[in-house]
Write a protein that binds this ligand. Sequence first.
Ligand code: 5AD
Ligand code: SF4
Length: 468
Amino acid sequence: MKTPNMINAKNRHSNQIKYTKYNIDLGNFGKGKKFFVRTYGCQMNEHDSEKIKGMLTSVGFEYTDDINDADVIILNTCAIRENAHDKVFGFLGVLKHMKQSKNIIVGICGCMAQEEVVINEILNKYKQVDFVCGTHNLDNILSILKEQIDTKKRQIEVLSYEGDVVENVPVLRDSIYSAWVDIIYGCDKFCTYCIVPYTRGMQRSRYHEDIVNEVKELVKKGYKEVTLLGQNVNAYGKDIYEDYTLANLLSDVADTGIERLRFVTSHPWDFTDEMVDVIAKRDNIMPYIHLPLQSGSNKILKLMNRRYTKEEYLKLYHQIREKVKDSSITTDIIVGFPGETEEDFEETLDVVNECKFDGAFTFAYSPRENTPAARMKDSIPEEVKMDRLHRLNEVVNKYSNEANQKLLNKTVKCLVTGISEKDEDKVCGYTENMKLVNIAGDKSLIGKIVNVKIIEAKSFSLDGEYIK
Ligand code: 5AD
Ligand code: SF4
């Protein structure tokens, strides 16, 4: 049994990182069995689930999206806020029930697996969990699962130091048009509220040749869109190259001819002029940037260890708006961080009023075990947090609606990704700047980039019709 340790997880071990290739051959031990994966959290986790699916199918397991049909159930978890935890623990209750009537194996992966408190709780209270595999050794999940099946004993394998950068991990992608591609793992920023530097470890970039080759393969297979992934993509290359950055990588990946290239998430501190220029210059780099602000108060930004001031954020923001034609910019904002006064909060509202973001993900601050902010004084009462969240959302929604209204009667290009969730007689897709459109058009459009005329604009989506 290997369990995590949050103090060790803070240390960085750059000389230990090895670049290796996936090399696990365990025959066909999953043959005849089915598995189900439930994913919580961010796009990195979505993509990790595609790897879990790829690895399990490589040894004969079959994927099912009907949980009642599964022999193995895996929860790929998120630790970012307390409510992400609550959802997983709640679902473990449901699984305990299922286990009473059926012989199933339950596994936990992802960021919660990296937390000491969670593992202690699982060890003491959640006997229904048969195995736990951390984020750093995900490539070893098959050995852990096989050991559990062979011995019937509970397996816990979580490392508190970075694993290797492993290439060629089998992957079963959810889409045949749009693909996630990891470029950098982990995060070294240590924002004081955030658990990610502990659960995902040190910043580790993949070699650019490996990334470009993966995208070339995707282009050959007919993929239309690639999204480069990292907790902080703008730090790409800093750990392994002297002078190769995200700007170089974007340019090299754009050269593969992929029709749409996206990247997420950006940290304002690492965003250089060269990066803005390459996004502005290349037609196949999509004009959509997710640029977390977190707070509009310099005092709070400092307490958060964000490394930029409100003024620096605004300068970058306006530079992107000026240079990148028809861009859309979205953001993340936290309210109720320790010490946030009404004046600090109003400064955040001021920045939102100036930026008029296309959209924002807004959160009430949630203390995370062992992070510096969790030890800070002046915590904000829950009702004050909720009041600020509510006021912020009103302003944010006003501007997303305005941004959508600007598209009314315009014809835009959409990558059609599937059937509309709102109306099964329609399809849906995303504009170049990442706005969701429900489209009157038939299913044969799925997977294509088509012209769509916007006929109605709402706060969170657009309605359009296919134009031949
Ligand atoms: N409490 C609330 N929100 C958080 N985020 C990260 N950590 C916390 C926390 N402890 C938000 C940030 C980040 C987004 C992914 O989640 O806004 O950008
Ligand atoms: Fe959640 Fe962050 Fe982990 Fe993604 S990296 S799964 S958002 S805690």
